[in-house]
Design a protein around this ligand. Structure first.
Ligand code: PLP
Ligand code: TYF
Length: 392
């Protein structure tokens, strides 16, 4: 029976790491998976997290089970950053739970949506491949609309069209900021319109916020989530701390549900808890506990916010350098300057992607998505010259 299982393709992005590792060239460049790198090319543990981890080792007196909701101190400490300091629980309408990363949060959100009777999820194309994969695994139909227009802005007409055709039983999954893979985000004015469109179409919004602070800043990047939540009766928010606290492998995330009537919140969240028990029982503790300790300490919070701002600033500088190169060979790098977050897409042909790898040792996804943090003062000129060479 097990022998009947069919071979599954490897995750293309994770496979790219191996391909890059096996290239012997010293000046190879890795622009594959979405992991932040400093100007020296490293992915260090945040200073604020190191300090919190030291505290955790010294002070943690038990590792006994916490329950399917995980570390609620962590879950609540994040809320002012996501939903605003004014009234982070929106009058008792929002509650969260800890999940294994943003992926665990998406898994739970989509399983909850399925349980609630939704059968279709409206998703922009392209999106992070796991969005479609989780929907497929849960038996949720995906209805795609085009995310980015030819002029490099968002394709609002496609989104208006998708919401115009929405049916009862539809949810919509949107990236809160730092769109993966295009880097093309909705403007605040577009979010204002989207909030109204979602309200009118009665679809359930699921907002994926995996890169808060890495686009324009912590507050700026929360605009879309806050704007939509202010307009609608119900929503789910999937949060990841894996990028903005540098905790990738520790798997730190949270799922928040907003309901219309606070009296319904316990019942709704009990479904999240039941689904967590059926999936992983309880989330891993360490990373979330470290985040809680950072957020409970004013000095560590300030240090963390500085570290996030520094990442954001460095990626903006890389973007500015690429944009300044302007027309490069057959492509225009200018739009990269006004895009956000870890990724942008350069319109390479599949042959050009291969040539970037084979001739120049530059590795990135077949879609032409580059992880901008892989570029540094030491390699960006080589990258731009390689782009000019293969697209000429
Ligand atoms: N959502 C998006 C759009 C992502 O790009 C990622 C990437 O890692 C995630 C969610 C989930 O992140 P993680 O599960 O590593 O916390
Ligand atoms: O898109 C990325 O690069 C990140 C990291 O299966 C990632 O979101 C990539 C693939 C994957 C899990 C995480």
């Amino acid at each position: 029976m097990l022998n009947d299982l069919k071979q599954q393709p490897a995750d293309a992005l994770l496979a790219l790491i191996k391909l890059h590792n096996s290239d012997p060239r010293a000046d190879k460049i890795d622009l594959g998976v979405g992991v932040y790198r400093t100007g020296q090319g490293d992915t260090p543990v945040f200073g604020a997290i190191k300090a919190a981890e030291a505290k955790l080792v010294a002070e943690q007196d038990s590792k006994a089970y916490l329950g399917p909701e995980g570390d609620m101190g962590f879950v609540e400490a994040l809320m002012p950053y996501i939903f605003g300091k004014q009234d982070p629980a929106m009058g008792g309408r929002i509650e969260g739970m800890q999940t294994p990363g943003g992926t665990g949060s998406l898994r739970l959100a989509l399983a909850m949506v399925k349980r609630a009777g939704y059968n279709r999820v409206i998703v922009g194309k392209p999106s992070w491949p796991n969005h479609n994969q989780i929907c497929a695994d849960l038996g949720l139909e995906v209805f795609e609309f085009n995310h980015a227009a030819a002029d490099g802005s968002t394709d609002m007409d496609a989104l208006r069209g998708a919401l115009g055709q929405a049916q009862a039983g539809d949810a919509i999954l949107l990236h809160g900021c730092c769109h993966n893979p295009t880097g093309i985000d909705y403007t605040n004015a577009e979010w204002d319109e989207i909030a109204g469109l979602i309200l009118d179409s009665k679809v359930l919004p699921i907002l994926d916020l995996a890169y808060q602070g890495l686009g324009q800043g912590m507050e700026e990047d929360a605009y879309g989530v806050r704007r939509v939540l202010a307009a609608v009766p119900e929503a789910l928010v999937c949060y990841s701390c894996d990028k903005n606290f540098g905790l990738y492998r520790d798997r730190v995330g949270a799922l928040y549900a907003m309901v219309a009537d606070p009296a319904d919140l316990t019942r709704v969240m009990s479904n999240g808890h039941a689904l967590a028990r059926a999936n992983w029982s309880q989330p891993p503790d360490h990373g979330a506990a470290a985040v809680r300790l950072v957020l409970a300490d004013e000095a560590l919070t300030a240090q963390w916010l500085d570290e996030v701002a520094e990442m954001c600033e460095r990626m903006r500088q890389v973007r500015a350098t690429l944009a300044a190169a302007g027309k490069t060979g057959g492509v225009d790098l200018t739009p990269i300057g006004s895009q956000n977050g870890m990724f942008s897409i350069i319109p390479f042909t599949p042959e050009q992607v291969q040539e970037m790898r084979s001739k120049h040792g530059v590795y990135f996804a077949a879609s032409g998505r580059i992880a901008v943090a892989g570029l540094t003062a030491a390699n960006i000129d080589k990258f731009i010259a390689a782009v000019a060479d293969v697209t000429a």
